[in-house]
Design a protein around this ligand. Structure first.
Ligand code: HEC
Ligand code: HEC
Length: 230
């Protein structure tokens, strides 16, 4: 079982046993399309599990783009069943030049329409960004940060509506996504459909990151200060 599968199973169990009943009651006050998402991403867009991304304070344009990619990829992914996929370049070229496959999110996004996606993105973008966990040390700034900062900002605030904020995100999630984007760029064949994320911009960026600097980059951006929402 992968980390994410285990994390999701634990969460589902918590929901089933009623340990999150307060959260469930709060969820009933959220806009309807947001409610199923809040189960995993948190009622305010801050998730309790480091493998599930925070959505709070993320760029609305970026959220729309990601949910749309996952929605389009989901049709292919669910049609194939859960299991082996051929690899990003071949199976999806005609559908979408970039794609993002994740079995959990495929089920969540497959039936959304444009209005739902806009409403959900607007809701989460308006929530205050998460602060880094207490005690997190960003470390000393190093050269590679400068390349990422051109688009993501020194303190992890994306420069345009379609470039995500990395500030306010879980360190583990950031490192995991860099790995996924590297694998997709190299055209690796996936035996686990959970790991494909093709992106024309981040593909070439992510393969240039040396393996031993992935965690340091994730830490630098996850540890960015949160004092004001920008
Ligand atoms: C069962 C748990 C679960 C539920 C419910 C869920 N998600 Fe997710 N979501 C995830 C996981 C896990 C990921 C990370 C996927 C990956 O690794 O690519 C994710 C990723 C995302 C991302 C990408 C964030 C980023 O920074 O790129 C967005 C956006 C998102 N989800 C939106 C939604 C929306 C909208 C809904 C409701 C329709 C939803 N999610 C419901 C687990 C969930
Ligand atoms: C030329 C602009 C650009 C540069 C330079 C760049 N990025 Fe990105 N980054 C993007 C864009 C655009 C996306 C959204 C990709 C998508 O649509 O899936 C992104 C996405 C990401 C994500 C996924 C965030 C999430 O919420 O899932 C991570 C992590 C990331 N970049 C890290 C980095 C790191 C680390 C560097 C430096 C090595 C870097 N980026 C350099 C533009 C850039």
């Amino acid at each position: 079982m992968t980390f994410r599968a285990a994390a999701t199973a634990a969460l589902v169990l918590a929901v089933a046993t009623g340990t999150t009943s307060d959260a469930a009651e709060d969820r009933s006050r959220l806009p309807l399309p947001v409610r199923p998402c809040a189960v995993c991403h948190g009622n305010e867009g801050i998730s309790e599990l480091p493998g599930i991304p925070n959505l709070a304070g993320q760029k609305a344009g970026y959220l729309v783009k990601q949910v749309t990619k996952m929605h389009l990829s989901a049709r292919v992914l669910l049609g194939l069943g859960v299991g082996r996929v051929e690899g990003p370049r071949t199976s999806h070229e005609s559908l979408w030049t970039e794609h993002r496959e994740n079995r959990t999110m495929a089920r969540q996004s497959a039936t959304l329409d444009d209005a739902d996606i806009q409403a959900i993105a607007g809701f989460f973008a308006a929530q205050p960004r998460a602060c880094p966990p207490p005690g997190i040390e960003r470390g000393t700034r190093f050269i590679l940060v400068g390349r990422c900062a051109v688009c993501h900002g020194e303190d992890g605030i994306g420069a345009t509506p379609h470039i995500p904020n990395l500030a306010g995100q879980h360190r583990l999630y950031l490192a995991d996504q860099i790995q996924k984007m590297r694998s997709a760029e190299r055209g690796e064949v996936f035996i686990d459909a959970d790991i494909a994320r093709a992106t024309g911009i981040m593909g070439p960026q992510s393969v240039l990151v040396p393996e031993d600097q992935i965690n340091a980059l994730a830490l630098w951006f996850a540890g960015a200060p949160c004092a004001e929402k920008k």
